[in-house]
Ligand binder design. Structure first.
Ligand SMILES: Nc1ncnc2c1ncn2[C@@H]1O[C@H](COP(=O)(O)OP(=O)(O)OP(=O)(O)O)[C@@H](O)[C@H]1O
Length: 450
């Protein structure tokens, strides 16, 4: 007998009694998918959230980066539709909203693995393709994984697409999806969703803001926060340090860092697309001795996916990324996260640093701060229970790449133009109140070899 069909009344799930996934009343199809994907023992967030979600509760799930939140919502989705014997004729039964295309794609791939024995259809609605290609299939898709903007576009423009039968809504990286950047889009999406549904919200930095939650009309949500009482908010296997570095030394510092970690897999976070485009070109010319890859929001969709896949596969490489790679992405075996530009807040720091030290693995994070950023950022990190130590750099050990950069710039008009555009952007950001002082902007001009 299939436990999921017979044990519809699962009101009695006791998370402390769960040791393997098979202790949950889940279908054989899901169990088989989990075994095939080599998942046996649930993590803490999975033990607690899956049990409650199977009982139909709305959930606010919070757990550290890399602790397995994805399966904590994918398993309940599969079970919810399975119990209702959902078919392709029933259309969309579950909707997962992700802040970035890459995260949506990654979740889709995990769903394909663990849900492969079910008959549901699943689809990615993330843009980058023609709308009509997606429109042809969207109304026949049972589980949709999407980014907010593209979903709303279909709600507005694909006439036969409707969400009236939706059973379960998941917001992955919920605090990000509910923040100002997506507010208007999300409000418009929610208007199209039925009020009667189950809603699951997950993030490593969960929102408890009542206003946000009211927008989603959650019903008595269960707050599942497995690490709330932990001493630190970041994984125990993550070693975290920061250095204070003058702006004119940042590129030298990056080059020297890469030279010292040639066999490692590293993500370097920057704050703007223009800066990253310029530095990528510059580092391709500087040849640090390790493949340099690039991921930012202004890349074409194909290129983005190719970079994402390449970095997943490589054993040693460096990925220059903006914050589109900060949340949720599960690149295998990343050794280091280097935040060369200060994150906008402590939550962004936590997500960026969490790209390493995932699921029981170790990892190291290094934050680079300008002298003007140190006090404010360190205070924010302390308040968020992030254990971070200051280490000193020996300026004498930094390789000076300025002369090389200047000679490339002289050779290459395009590189020079990029450098000037970056400088302009930084100046504009400066006038909008970011922390760069005029002197630092001039220094950056020097750094970029202008
Ligand atoms: N029960 C499990 N057993 C073994 N590995 C697991 C288990 N659950 C998750 N993992 C693995 O742990 C890694 C992290 O999982 P996941 O990406 O879901 O973390 P997360 O909590 O969503 O992280 P983030 O906050 O960064 O989004 C993945 O590689 C996943 O395959």
């Amino acid at each position: 007998q299939d436990k999921a069909r017979t044990a519809l009344n699962v009101g009695g799930i006791n998370s402390s009694k769960i040791t393997t996934f098979f202790d949950f009343p889940i279908s054989k199809k899901t169990s088989k998918g989990l075994v095939q994907a080599q998942y046996r023992m649930p993590t803490e967030i999975q033990k607690q959230a899956i049990g409650l979600a199977l009982q139909g509760k709305d959930i606010l799930g919070a757990a550290k980066t890399g602790s397995g939140k994805t399966l904590a919502f994918l398993i309940p989705i599969l079970e919810c539709l399975y119990r209702q014997q959902w078919t392709s004729d029933d259309g969309m039964g579950a909707l997962i909203i992700s802040p970035t295309r890459e995260l949506a794609y990654q979740t889709f791939e995990t769903l394909r693995k663990v849900g492969k024995n079910h008959d549901f259809s699943a689809g990615l609605i993330i843009g980058g393709k023609f709308l009509d290609v997606e429109s042809d299939r969207i109304h026949r898709t049972n589980i949709i994984i999407c980014t907010p903007g593209r979903l709303l576009q279909h709600m507005d423009e694909t006439c036969y697409f409707h969400a009236s039968d939706l059973q379960m809504l998941v917001l992955d990286e919920a605090d990000r999806i509910l923040d100002m950047g997506f507010a208007q889009t999300m409000n418009a999406i929610v208007e199209n969703l039925p009020k009667k549904r189950q809603t699951l919200l997950f993030s490593a930095t969960q929102t408890k803001c009542v206003k946000d939650l009211a927008r989603l009309s959650l019903k008595d949500p269960e707050y599942v926060s497995v690490h709330e009482n932990a001493k630190f908010s970041t994984p125990g296997t993550l070693e975290q340090n920061y250095i204070v570095c003058e702006l004119h030394q940042k590129v030298n510092m990056l080059y020297s860092f890469l030279k010292n970690h040639l066999s490692k897999k590293i993500i370097v976070f920057f704050s703007s697309c223009k800066e990253i485009q310029y530095l990528f070109r510059a580092f391709c010319r500087l040849r640090p001795g390790v493949p340099v890859l690039l991921l930012h929001g202004k890349q074409q969709q194909m290129k983005r996916m190719q970079m994402y896949d390449d970095f997943c596969r490589k054993k040693a490489a460096v990925l220059f990324a903006t914050d589109i790679a900060a949340r949720g992405l599960d690149f295998p075996a990343v050794n280091w996260v280097l935040q060369l530009d200060c994150p906008e807040d402590a939550n962004t720091y936590i997500h960026r640093a969490g790209r390493t030290a995932r699921y029981k693995e170790g990892g190291e994070a290094l934050l680079v701060l300008l002298p003007s950023e140190e006090e404010g950022m360190v205070k924010q990190l302390e308040e968020k229970k992030v254990p971070i130590n200051k280490i000193e750099i020996n300026p004498g050990k930094l390789t000076n790449v300025q002369p090389k950069l200047q000679s490339f710039l002289a050779e290459e008009q395009e590189l020079k133009e990029r450098a000037q555009r970056v400088n302009l952007i930084i100046e504009t950001e400066n006038s909008n109140g970011l922390q760069f002082s005029c002197l630092q902007v001039l220094n950056l001009g020097y750094v970029l070899g202008i």
